[in-house]
Ligand binder design. Structure first.
Ligand SMILES: Nc1ncnc2c1ncn2[C@@H]1O[C@H](COP(=O)(O)OP(=O)(O)O)[C@@H](O)[C@H]1O
Length: 178
């Protein structure tokens, strides 16, 4: 059952492999809908919500408990777009809907290379997308009917995704009286 949040709007999760376009889409969604965009990576960086360093993945380890403590009140108020390349640590009750962005592996390779990823980190992330790791994580963590896969290969895809989610937000607000 979807939790009822009548004050500010729905809570939306945008997830997927790094480079699929989560932040670009989430930022635009926020601008057009007035919902608050929370980039969990930036939140962790700004507050040092890390617990060690993962040498194999070449990235800091997220302190999930601190992130969840920080998000709890905001989620209770509603009206958030949460953007993160992982989702199994968020409680199921957090989200009204989950979008998993998907990108063709050749395009993703180029985007991550342009971001400066190389070697094993680049290969691991492209493989993560090929194996649909984040899609499966979302499907295992949330009720299947609230998890939606969206193609994010082109800017036309992004525009379509933006319009589709904005329409969903409008319908959600109407149904929930806010
Ligand atoms: N649908 C898309 N089509 C083409 N390029 C995109 C698309 N979405 C994102 N990009 C580009 O890909 C790069 C990574 O996007 P970003 O939003 O930072 O991804 P993420 O937040 O998933 O890591 C950026 O340069 C962005 O402009």
């Amino acid at each position: 059952m979807s939790p009822v949040r009548t004050m500010k709007g729905p809570n939306i999760l945008i997830t997927g492999t790094p480079g699929v376009g989560k932040s670009t889409l989430a930022q635009q969604l926020s601008e057009h809908s007035g919902l608050e965009w929370i980039n969990v990576g930036d939140l962790a960086k700004d507050n040092n919500y890390f617990d060690g360093y993962d040498d194999e993945r070449d990235c800091p380890v997220l302190d999930e408990d601190k992130v969840l403590d920080e998000l709890e009140d905001k989620i209770a108020e509603g009206g958030n777009i949460i953007d993160y390349h992982g989702c199994d640590f968020f409680p199921e009750r957090f989200f009204d809907i989950v979008f998993v962005l998907r990108t063709n592996n050749t395009l993703l390779y180029d985007r991550l290379a342009a971001r400066g990823y190389q070697g094993k980190k680049l290969e691991d992330n492209v493989e993560c997308e090929i194996m649909a790791v984040l899609r499966d994580e979302a499907k295992e963590s949330y009720e299947e009917q609230i998890v939606h896969e969206l193609e994010s290969n082109t800017f036309e895809d992004m525009e379509n995704n933006l319009q589709r989610i904005l329409a969903w937000i409008t319908a959600w607000k109407r149904e929930n009286g806010c």
